[in-house]
Design a protein around this ligand. Sequence first.
Ligand SMILES: O=C(CO)COP(=O)(O)O
Length: 158
Amino acid sequence: MPQVQRVPMRAVKNVVLIAHDSRKQDLLDWVKYNRPVLREHRLFATGTTGALVQAQTDLPVTRFKSGPLGGDQQVGAKIAEGELDVLVFFWDPLEPQPHDPDVKALLRIAVLYNIPTACNRATADFLVASSLFHGEYERIVEDHAAKRQAWLAGQGRR
Ligand SMILES: O=C(CO)COP(=O)(O)O
């Protein structure tokens, strides 16, 4: 079984924003509403989503290619390299996409690397309100990791 590398956590998160066309307005509304929190982090996006975020907010965004042109695959590769921390991906649940295999691959990689992933506004709201975006998550998780390590040692395991 291949091992997934655990990457050190960053306090300033690298957040990637992606939305399919029918959900772009939803994502833009969410970004505008949460601008005060998001401006404290680094934003990334697929091509068209990123262009819209840049045009409608003053938030700096690092853009990958457009999703259908390989952008989802670029994002997946960055996750595998430990360079992205949070995925906000408002994908379209009603229409098939020409690049559906890329969408599935990206969602798979996000699960594999334990990336907090929001696919709708309710979940995105929970993430942005959570300790993840406010610098507390690292401490909570490190505490948990230390306790688990001690328990494993007590069991004679590593
Ligand atoms: O297709 C996408 C994600 O699968 C999004 O790509 P765009 O941001 O370029 O529209």
